[in-house]
Design a protein around this ligand. Structure first.
Ligand code: GAP
Length: 468
């Protein structure tokens, strides 16, 4: 199903109402490009991260994990090129003092891609076309366009022998992996080819507001650096590249519930490749505001490790234990932002279903493994010991590590609807018969039907149904 502009509005209201995502600092009027995850959002996000780990790391024998610090020695960012080149071209409206990304301003109003153009050319395009300030709606009085670095910086006091220095909040998790490459090889006796995976926060001074969580200042990345021997020809690296591309595709489609029609693989044309990359493919998603990057896959050659070896003066080469050949490994990097993925997952799952006879329901068709709650326990009545029995069942499941919610208020019909809209795959109802024979009703979210013989199952057999 394709999404319209209205879908985004609906989704934002829905996620705030149901406790998935709230506007950041809302009681103070908010803070642009910041969002907070509510109770359901945290569960969903953690399940997505866990599914990513299972798919890309834990099910393979050639993967290691890392949790490197957000702050790193600023030389890291000199070596990676971020200090000098991680910048967007900005322009200010002198009248309103609003600042915009020049490429977005031009793209939105003229539909021209200005990547690679100089600030002077960009200024000329903005001024000669008398571009409007999209916030005020009036023609802007534009400053010269200029590049501004997107890294957030702060200052570190002198500690011991560490000099005081300017430090940065990392704009990607990848560099932490490169910097510890040698440590992982040594401590794990890791043999190429192998990968290092990391999930962690990244920060970028993004100034383009709107589009919900698409472009935010603080986000989480799930990145892998997959180290390979220097390829002898293009086919060598491209074969591995294609394998990772397929692994990403199957993750989005099979595990995240993204439909084939909304997922697009887009190869960067040579002129648009980053200086370090020989091939980059973005997985794009058809968001309500356009088909935009969800994640990336880049063949970064030996650029990063070579840069760090040169800047640090340390030997970051790898010695093949079989051939004794020494080399700097090349790297293939799959990378995705958790929030962009959460958005795509929610957009895919959100369904308004017409049930006929004037009845309807909102249904979040999340894949079962990532739904915030796997099961809801609902006592038919609060009295006669039904609530106590239901609570005790819920606790039994919690102890087993099954994510469960308990709801005793309102009619059963209303409670089913509440669970449908937060994506709970199974509802267990505890009734009078439960007290007699230990059986419960088990309702499936998507079919709304009760499973088991005569619509009942023994509570002791619940796992068989809900975990399959
Ligand atoms: N290490 C490579 C790297 O950082 P990137 O394309 O700049 O490459 C990787 O970022 C992914 O991180 C993107 O595909 C996207 O999912 C996510 N991402 C980047 N900037 C983001 C932002 N401002 N807000 C949310 N997610 C972002």
């Amino acid at each position: 199903m394709s999404h319209t502009k209205d879908t985004l509005d609906t989704l934002m209201k829905f996620t705030a109402r149901t406790g998935f995502v709230y506007q950041g600092s809302e009681i103070y009027g908010g803070l642009a490009n910041t969002w907070d995850f509510g109770p359901k959002g945290v569960l969903l996000k953690n399940n997505i991260k866990e599914a990513w780990r299972n798919h890309f790391v834990l099910s393979r024998s050639d993967m290691y994990e890392l949790d490197s610090d957000i702050f790193m020695n600023s030389k890291v960012w000199e070596a990676s090129g971020h200090t000098s080149t991680f910048a967007d071209c900005m322009v200010d409206d002198k009248k309103s003092k609003h600042r915009f990304r020049a490429d977005h301003l031009i793209e939105d109003q003229l539909d021209i891609d200005v990547e690679g153009r100089s600030p002077e050319e960009i200024t000329e395009i903005i001024r000669s076309n008398k571009l409007k300030n999209p916030i005020t709606g009036e023609a802007g009085d534009w400053t010269e366009a200029r590049y501004m670095n997107m890294m957030f910086e702060t200052n570190r006091d002198k500690i011991g022998n560490d000099p005081s220095q300017k430090i940065y909040l990392r704009p990607e998790t990848a560099q932490g992996i490169f910097v510890q490459f040698k440590s992982v090889v040594q401590s794990e006796r890791a043999q190429v080819p192998f990968g290092i995976a990391q999930i962690g926060k990244a920060f970028r001074n993004e100034i383009t507001p709107g589009n919900f969580m698409y472009r935010i200042v603080e986000f989480e990345q799930m990145e892998i650096e997959y180290f390979i021997a220097p390829p002898e020809n293009d086919e060598d690296w491209n074969t591995i590249f294609e394998q990772w591309l397929e692994l990403q595709r199957s993750f989005y489609i099979d595990k995240m519930g993204i439909s084939e029609e909304n997922l697009v693989a887009k190869d960067h044309v040579t002129e648009k490749l980053s200086h370090y990359s020989k091939r980059t493919v973005d997985w794009e998603y058809k968001y309500p505001f356009g088909t935009k990057e969800l994640s990336g896959l880049a063949y970064r050659t030996d650029f990063d490790l070579s840069q760090h070896a040169q800047t640090s003066g340390k030997d970051l080469s790898y010695q093949d234990p079989q051939t004794n050949q020494k080399y700097i490994p090349h790297v293939i990097e799959p990378s995705v932002g958790v929030e962009r993925l959460v958005m795509a997952v929610l957009l895919e799952a959100y369904t308004e279903e017409d049930l006929g006879n004037g009845d309807s329901r909102i249904l979040l068709k999340l894949p079962y493994d990532i739904a915030p709650y796997r099961v809801a326990i609902l006592p038919l009545m609060k009295k006669d010991g039904l609530a106590e029995q239901a609570e005790s069942f819920a606790q039994e499941l919690r102890v087993k590590g099954i994510s469960v919610t308990y709801d005793k208020s309102g009619s059963i019909g209303k409670r089913y609807r509440r669970q449908d809209e937060i994506g709970t795959p199974w509802c267990v109802t505890v009734d009078y018969q439960t007290l007699e024979d230990g059986t419960v009703t088990l309702r499936n979210r998507d079919t709304m039907e009760q499973v088991g013989e005569n619509g009942r199952i023994a509570f002791t057999e619940l796992d068989k149904y809900i975990l399959s």
